[in-house]
Unconditional design. Structure first.
Length: 343
Protein backbone atom coordinates (compact mmCIF):
# COMPACT_ATOMS: atom_id res chain seq x y z
CA UNK A 1 0.00 0.00 0.00
CA UNK A 2 1.17 3.55 -0.83
CA UNK A 3 1.31 5.74 2.23
CA UNK A 4 2.39 9.26 3.11
CA UNK A 5 5.28 9.10 5.61
CA UNK A 6 7.63 11.32 7.51
CA UNK A 7 11.23 10.32 6.74
CA UNK A 8 13.45 11.04 9.76
CA UNK A 9 16.95 10.22 11.00
CA UNK A 10 17.35 7.05 13.09
CA UNK A 11 18.61 8.90 16.18
CA UNK A 12 15.54 11.16 16.41
CA UNK A 13 12.98 8.67 15.13
CA UNK A 14 11.62 7.63 18.55
CA UNK A 15 11.30 11.23 19.80
CA UNK A 16 9.42 12.28 16.64
CA UNK A 17 7.27 9.12 16.67
CA UNK A 18 6.10 9.97 20.20
CA UNK A 19 5.46 13.58 19.16
CA UNK A 20 3.34 12.48 16.17
CA UNK A 21 1.50 10.01 18.40
CA UNK A 22 0.72 12.77 20.91
CA UNK A 23 -0.57 14.98 18.09
CA UNK A 24 -2.68 12.12 16.69
CA UNK A 25 -0.82 12.30 13.37
CA UNK A 26 0.55 8.74 13.22
CA UNK A 27 -1.32 6.10 11.17
CA UNK A 28 -1.42 3.20 13.66
CA UNK A 29 -2.68 0.72 11.06
CA UNK A 30 0.60 0.97 9.09
CA UNK A 31 3.90 -0.57 10.15
CA UNK A 32 6.92 1.74 10.81
CA UNK A 33 9.96 0.67 8.73
CA UNK A 34 13.50 1.70 7.95
CA UNK A 35 14.84 2.72 4.55
CA UNK A 36 18.53 3.34 3.97
CA UNK A 37 19.72 5.18 7.06
CA UNK A 38 16.26 6.66 7.79
CA UNK A 39 13.00 5.65 9.49
CA UNK A 40 9.63 6.02 7.74
CA UNK A 41 6.80 7.08 10.10
CA UNK A 42 3.37 6.52 8.46
CA UNK A 43 1.07 9.55 8.62
CA UNK A 44 -2.67 9.73 8.71
CA UNK A 45 -4.65 12.05 6.46
CA UNK A 46 -4.49 15.16 8.67
CA UNK A 47 -2.66 17.98 6.88
CA UNK A 48 -0.53 20.29 9.02
CA UNK A 49 1.96 22.80 7.67
CA UNK A 50 4.96 22.32 10.01
CA UNK A 51 5.51 18.58 9.42
CA UNK A 52 8.44 19.29 7.12
CA UNK A 53 10.21 20.96 10.08
CA UNK A 54 10.54 17.47 11.63
CA UNK A 55 11.58 15.52 8.50
CA UNK A 56 10.92 14.95 4.81
CA UNK A 57 7.32 14.12 3.77
CA UNK A 58 7.46 11.26 1.23
CA UNK A 59 5.08 8.68 -0.27
CA UNK A 60 6.32 5.10 0.08
CA UNK A 61 5.18 1.50 -0.26
CA UNK A 62 4.30 0.37 3.30
CA UNK A 63 2.91 -2.73 5.08
CA UNK A 64 -0.29 -2.77 7.17
CA UNK A 65 -0.05 -3.81 10.83
CA UNK A 66 -1.29 -7.41 11.29
CA UNK A 67 -3.34 -7.16 14.46
CA UNK A 68 -5.12 -10.26 15.74
CA UNK A 69 -8.87 -9.64 15.65
CA UNK A 70 -10.18 -8.47 19.03
CA UNK A 71 -13.13 -10.80 18.95
CA UNK A 72 -14.82 -13.28 16.63
CA UNK A 73 -17.49 -10.59 16.23
CA UNK A 74 -15.00 -8.42 14.29
CA UNK A 75 -14.64 -11.17 11.67
CA UNK A 76 -18.36 -11.41 10.96
CA UNK A 77 -20.20 -9.66 8.21
CA UNK A 78 -23.82 -9.90 9.34
CA UNK A 79 -26.62 -7.32 9.52
CA UNK A 80 -25.96 -4.77 12.28
CA UNK A 81 -29.30 -5.43 14.03
CA UNK A 82 -28.21 -9.08 14.48
CA UNK A 83 -24.67 -8.18 15.55
CA UNK A 84 -25.92 -7.12 18.97
CA UNK A 85 -27.47 -10.58 19.48
CA UNK A 86 -24.08 -12.32 19.18
CA UNK A 87 -23.14 -13.99 22.48
CA UNK A 88 -20.17 -12.65 24.43
CA UNK A 89 -19.69 -15.76 26.50
CA UNK A 90 -19.35 -19.44 25.73
CA UNK A 91 -18.03 -22.57 27.45
CA UNK A 92 -14.72 -24.05 26.46
CA UNK A 93 -14.28 -27.74 27.31
CA UNK A 94 -10.81 -28.82 26.23
CA UNK A 95 -10.63 -27.64 22.61
CA UNK A 96 -14.42 -27.69 22.11
CA UNK A 97 -16.24 -24.35 22.16
CA UNK A 98 -19.92 -24.62 23.10
CA UNK A 99 -22.28 -21.68 22.75
CA UNK A 100 -25.95 -20.81 22.75
CA UNK A 101 -27.32 -18.70 19.90
CA UNK A 102 -30.39 -16.52 19.55
CA UNK A 103 -32.88 -18.05 17.08
CA UNK A 104 -32.51 -15.09 14.70
CA UNK A 105 -28.82 -15.93 14.24
CA UNK A 106 -29.55 -19.45 12.98
CA UNK A 107 -29.04 -18.57 9.27
CA UNK A 108 -25.49 -17.51 10.16
CA UNK A 109 -24.39 -20.46 12.36
CA UNK A 110 -21.74 -21.61 9.83
CA UNK A 111 -20.18 -18.12 9.60
CA UNK A 112 -20.29 -17.70 13.40
CA UNK A 113 -18.62 -21.09 13.95
CA UNK A 114 -15.88 -20.34 11.42
CA UNK A 115 -15.28 -16.87 12.92
CA UNK A 116 -14.79 -18.45 16.36
CA UNK A 117 -12.37 -21.03 14.93
CA UNK A 118 -10.38 -18.24 13.29
CA UNK A 119 -10.36 -15.93 16.33
CA UNK A 120 -9.53 -18.56 18.94
CA UNK A 121 -6.48 -20.58 17.98
CA UNK A 122 -6.92 -23.11 20.83
CA UNK A 123 -10.33 -24.29 19.55
CA UNK A 124 -10.74 -27.30 17.24
CA UNK A 125 -14.53 -27.50 17.07
CA UNK A 126 -17.49 -25.18 17.65
CA UNK A 127 -20.82 -26.63 18.74
CA UNK A 128 -24.26 -25.26 19.42
CA UNK A 129 -25.75 -25.92 22.86
CA UNK A 130 -29.45 -26.77 22.40
CA UNK A 131 -30.09 -27.38 26.10
CA UNK A 132 -29.44 -29.99 28.79
CA UNK A 133 -31.80 -32.97 28.73
CA UNK A 134 -32.92 -36.04 30.64
CA UNK A 135 -31.79 -37.95 33.68
CA UNK A 136 -28.15 -37.93 32.56
CA UNK A 137 -28.22 -34.11 32.15
CA UNK A 138 -26.58 -34.36 28.72
CA UNK A 139 -26.37 -31.39 26.39
CA UNK A 140 -28.04 -31.65 23.03
CA UNK A 141 -25.13 -30.52 20.84
CA UNK A 142 -24.82 -29.70 17.14
CA UNK A 143 -21.37 -29.22 15.61
CA UNK A 144 -21.39 -26.05 13.50
CA UNK A 145 -17.70 -25.73 12.53
CA UNK A 146 -14.49 -27.71 12.66
CA UNK A 147 -13.72 -31.36 13.36
CA UNK A 148 -16.95 -33.25 14.25
CA UNK A 149 -15.19 -35.47 16.84
CA UNK A 150 -16.29 -34.06 20.20
CA UNK A 151 -14.04 -36.15 22.46
CA UNK A 152 -11.57 -33.84 24.16
CA UNK A 153 -9.30 -33.48 27.19
CA UNK A 154 -10.12 -30.64 29.57
CA UNK A 155 -7.57 -29.35 32.07
CA UNK A 156 -8.90 -28.09 35.40
CA UNK A 157 -6.97 -27.31 38.59
CA UNK A 158 -3.97 -29.28 37.32
CA UNK A 159 -6.09 -32.35 36.52
CA UNK A 160 -7.01 -33.81 33.13
CA UNK A 161 -10.51 -34.96 32.20
CA UNK A 162 -11.16 -36.86 28.99
CA UNK A 163 -14.81 -36.66 27.93
CA UNK A 164 -17.27 -36.22 25.11
CA UNK A 165 -19.74 -33.43 26.03
CA UNK A 166 -22.41 -34.99 23.81
CA UNK A 167 -22.35 -38.19 25.92
CA UNK A 168 -21.77 -36.93 29.48
CA UNK A 169 -22.49 -33.91 31.63
CA UNK A 170 -19.54 -31.59 32.28
CA UNK A 171 -19.45 -27.92 33.22
CA UNK A 172 -16.15 -26.01 33.17
CA UNK A 173 -17.83 -23.28 35.27
CA UNK A 174 -17.49 -25.28 38.49
CA UNK A 175 -13.67 -25.33 38.62
CA UNK A 176 -13.46 -22.78 41.46
CA UNK A 177 -16.23 -24.48 43.43
CA UNK A 178 -14.57 -27.89 43.06
CA UNK A 179 -11.27 -26.43 44.30
CA UNK A 180 -13.10 -24.89 47.29
CA UNK A 181 -14.71 -28.20 48.26
CA UNK A 182 -11.44 -30.10 47.76
CA UNK A 183 -9.62 -27.63 50.00
CA UNK A 184 -12.01 -28.47 52.85
CA UNK A 185 -11.27 -32.22 52.75
CA UNK A 186 -8.94 -33.34 55.51
CA UNK A 187 -9.06 -37.09 56.05
CA UNK A 188 -12.10 -39.31 56.04
CA UNK A 189 -14.24 -40.98 53.39
CA UNK A 190 -15.86 -38.93 50.62
CA UNK A 191 -18.91 -39.89 48.54
CA UNK A 192 -19.53 -38.08 45.24
CA UNK A 193 -23.16 -39.13 44.68
CA UNK A 194 -23.59 -37.79 41.12
CA UNK A 195 -20.01 -37.93 39.98
CA UNK A 196 -20.15 -37.51 36.19
CA UNK A 197 -16.67 -38.04 34.74
CA UNK A 198 -15.18 -37.48 38.21
CA UNK A 199 -14.26 -33.79 38.53
CA UNK A 200 -15.32 -33.38 42.21
CA UNK A 201 -13.85 -36.78 43.15
CA UNK A 202 -10.51 -36.17 41.48
CA UNK A 203 -10.23 -32.59 42.78
CA UNK A 204 -10.80 -33.95 46.31
CA UNK A 205 -8.21 -36.69 45.77
CA UNK A 206 -5.56 -34.32 44.33
CA UNK A 207 -6.15 -31.13 46.33
CA UNK A 208 -7.62 -32.46 49.58
CA UNK A 209 -6.43 -35.16 51.94
CA UNK A 210 -9.12 -37.85 51.85
CA UNK A 211 -8.60 -41.45 52.98
CA UNK A 212 -10.89 -42.63 50.20
CA UNK A 213 -13.20 -41.16 47.52
CA UNK A 214 -16.09 -43.07 45.95
CA UNK A 215 -18.00 -41.69 42.97
CA UNK A 216 -21.33 -42.98 41.64
CA UNK A 217 -23.15 -42.16 38.41
CA UNK A 218 -26.11 -43.61 36.54
CA UNK A 219 -24.71 -42.88 33.08
CA UNK A 220 -22.45 -45.74 31.80
CA UNK A 221 -20.50 -43.31 29.57
CA UNK A 222 -19.70 -41.17 32.64
CA UNK A 223 -18.35 -44.16 34.54
CA UNK A 224 -16.23 -45.28 31.57
CA UNK A 225 -14.68 -41.82 31.27
CA UNK A 226 -14.42 -41.49 35.08
CA UNK A 227 -12.45 -44.77 35.34
CA UNK A 228 -10.22 -43.59 32.51
CA UNK A 229 -9.73 -40.21 34.24
CA UNK A 230 -8.73 -41.95 37.49
CA UNK A 231 -5.89 -43.62 35.55
CA UNK A 232 -5.08 -40.42 33.60
CA UNK A 233 -4.53 -38.61 36.91
CA UNK A 234 -2.81 -41.53 38.71
CA UNK A 235 -5.48 -41.58 41.42
CA UNK A 236 -6.35 -45.30 41.57
CA UNK A 237 -4.97 -45.65 45.10
CA UNK A 238 -7.82 -43.69 46.71
CA UNK A 239 -10.56 -43.05 44.09
CA UNK A 240 -13.05 -45.55 42.66
CA UNK A 241 -16.04 -45.16 40.33
CA UNK A 242 -19.30 -47.14 40.43
CA UNK A 243 -22.17 -47.36 37.96
CA UNK A 244 -25.60 -47.20 39.55
CA UNK A 245 -28.38 -45.21 41.13
CA UNK A 246 -27.01 -43.16 44.05
CA UNK A 247 -29.90 -44.17 46.32
CA UNK A 248 -29.34 -47.91 45.82
CA UNK A 249 -25.59 -48.16 45.17
CA UNK A 250 -24.52 -46.09 48.19
CA UNK A 251 -26.42 -48.13 50.78
CA UNK A 252 -23.87 -50.39 52.43
CA UNK A 253 -20.91 -48.26 51.29
CA UNK A 254 -20.96 -45.94 54.32
CA UNK A 255 -20.26 -44.41 56.68
CA UNK A 256 -19.00 -41.29 54.89
CA UNK A 257 -17.57 -38.09 56.38
CA UNK A 258 -18.34 -35.91 53.37
CA UNK A 259 -21.06 -36.27 50.73
CA UNK A 260 -21.11 -34.17 47.55
CA UNK A 261 -24.57 -33.92 46.00
CA UNK A 262 -24.34 -32.22 42.62
CA UNK A 263 -27.69 -32.96 41.01
CA UNK A 264 -29.02 -29.40 41.01
CA UNK A 265 -32.54 -30.29 39.86
CA UNK A 266 -33.01 -33.20 42.26
CA UNK A 267 -30.43 -33.36 45.09
CA UNK A 268 -33.04 -32.82 47.82
CA UNK A 269 -34.72 -36.16 47.09
CA UNK A 270 -31.49 -37.98 47.96
CA UNK A 271 -30.96 -36.36 51.39
CA UNK A 272 -32.71 -39.22 53.30
CA UNK A 273 -30.18 -41.66 51.79
CA UNK A 274 -27.32 -39.34 52.79
CA UNK A 275 -28.52 -39.39 56.44
CA UNK A 276 -28.47 -43.20 56.42
CA UNK A 277 -24.85 -43.44 55.20
CA UNK A 278 -23.43 -40.60 57.32
CA UNK A 279 -22.98 -40.74 61.06
CA UNK A 280 -21.61 -37.20 61.45
CA UNK A 281 -20.01 -35.02 58.79
CA UNK A 282 -20.67 -32.50 56.05
CA UNK A 283 -22.84 -32.41 52.92
CA UNK A 284 -22.34 -30.03 49.99
CA UNK A 285 -25.76 -29.82 48.37
CA UNK A 286 -26.18 -28.08 44.99
CA UNK A 287 -29.56 -26.81 43.95
CA UNK A 288 -31.17 -24.48 41.41
CA UNK A 289 -33.05 -21.98 43.55
CA UNK A 290 -35.46 -19.18 42.72
CA UNK A 291 -33.76 -16.21 44.41
CA UNK A 292 -36.97 -15.24 46.19
CA UNK A 293 -37.21 -18.78 47.63
CA UNK A 294 -33.84 -19.04 49.41
CA UNK A 295 -35.43 -18.81 52.89
CA UNK A 296 -37.90 -21.59 52.19
CA UNK A 297 -35.08 -23.70 50.70
CA UNK A 298 -33.13 -23.33 53.96
CA UNK A 299 -36.24 -24.31 55.95
CA UNK A 300 -36.74 -27.40 53.72
CA UNK A 301 -33.13 -28.49 54.20
CA UNK A 302 -33.25 -28.04 57.98
CA UNK A 303 -36.47 -30.05 58.30
CA UNK A 304 -35.34 -32.80 55.90
CA UNK A 305 -33.59 -34.78 58.67
CA UNK A 306 -36.76 -35.13 60.79
CA UNK A 307 -37.07 -38.80 61.64
CA UNK A 308 -33.41 -39.60 60.83
CA UNK A 309 -31.94 -38.80 64.29
CA UNK A 310 -29.75 -36.02 62.91
CA UNK A 311 -29.32 -32.39 63.81
CA UNK A 312 -28.43 -30.07 60.93
CA UNK A 313 -26.72 -26.73 60.70
CA UNK A 314 -26.07 -24.77 57.49
CA UNK A 315 -22.50 -23.49 57.89
CA UNK A 316 -22.42 -21.63 54.58
CA UNK A 317 -24.24 -21.01 51.35
CA UNK A 318 -23.29 -19.20 48.18
CA UNK A 319 -24.27 -18.65 44.58
CA UNK A 320 -22.10 -20.84 42.33
CA UNK A 321 -23.37 -19.25 39.13
CA UNK A 322 -26.55 -17.70 37.84
CA UNK A 323 -28.93 -20.02 36.01
CA UNK A 324 -31.58 -17.70 34.62
CA UNK A 325 -32.84 -14.16 35.20
CA UNK A 326 -34.44 -15.17 38.50
CA UNK A 327 -32.74 -18.45 39.44
CA UNK A 328 -29.25 -19.36 40.62
CA UNK A 329 -27.32 -22.55 41.18
CA UNK A 330 -26.50 -22.44 44.90
CA UNK A 331 -24.42 -24.59 47.22
CA UNK A 332 -25.46 -25.26 50.81
CA UNK A 333 -22.75 -26.53 53.18
CA UNK A 334 -24.64 -28.67 55.69
CA UNK A 335 -23.14 -29.89 58.97
CA UNK A 336 -24.71 -33.18 60.07
CA UNK A 337 -24.55 -34.19 63.75
CA UNK A 338 -26.16 -36.98 65.72
CA UNK A 339 -29.25 -35.57 67.46
CA UNK A 340 -28.47 -35.82 71.23
CA UNK A 341 -32.21 -35.97 71.95
CA UNK A 342 -32.56 -39.17 69.95
CA UNK A 343 -29.99 -41.16 71.98
C1 LIG B 1 -25.22 -32.16 37.08
S1 LIG B 1 -24.38 -33.65 36.69
C2 LIG B 1 -22.98 -33.52 37.77
C3 LIG B 1 -21.78 -34.27 37.32
C4 LIG B 1 -20.50 -33.98 38.08
N1 LIG B 1 -20.69 -33.93 39.51
C5 LIG B 1 -19.85 -32.71 37.60
O1 LIG B 1 -19.63 -31.77 38.40
O2 LIG B 1 -19.50 -32.64 36.42
C6 LIG B 1 -25.39 -34.85 37.45
C7 LIG B 1 -24.96 -36.28 37.18
O3 LIG B 1 -25.81 -37.12 37.96
C8 LIG B 1 -26.06 -38.31 37.22
N2 LIG B 1 -27.30 -38.90 37.81
C9 LIG B 1 -28.58 -38.55 37.60
N3 LIG B 1 -29.41 -39.27 38.36
C10 LIG B 1 -28.63 -40.10 39.10
C11 LIG B 1 -28.88 -41.09 40.08
N4 LIG B 1 -30.12 -41.39 40.47
N5 LIG B 1 -27.83 -41.72 40.64
C12 LIG B 1 -26.56 -41.46 40.24
N6 LIG B 1 -26.25 -40.53 39.30
C13 LIG B 1 -27.26 -39.86 38.74
C14 LIG B 1 -26.15 -37.86 35.78
O4 LIG B 1 -25.85 -38.92 34.90
C15 LIG B 1 -25.07 -36.74 35.75
O5 LIG B 1 -23.85 -37.24 35.31
Amino acid sequence: MRCRCLKVGTSEAERIRRKLLGMDLLDLDVRVRSKGGSILLPLNDIEIPYLSDMGEVVTEEMEPVNRPPRSYKDLLDIPSDLHKLLPSSHDIIGDVCILKLHRELEPYIGEIGNALLEAKRNIRVVALDKGVEGEFRIRNIEVIAGDPNLETTHVENNLRFKLDPSLVYFSPRLATERARVAGMVSGGRVLDMFAGVGPFSLNCSRHGKPDEVIGIDLNPDCIEYFQNNIKLNSASDNVSAYLGDANEASIGMGPFDLIIMNLPHGSMEFLPTAYQIMDEGRIHLYSIVEMTDVRSMIASILSSSDGYEKKLDISGMREVHNYSATRSMMVFDIIVKRDPLSI
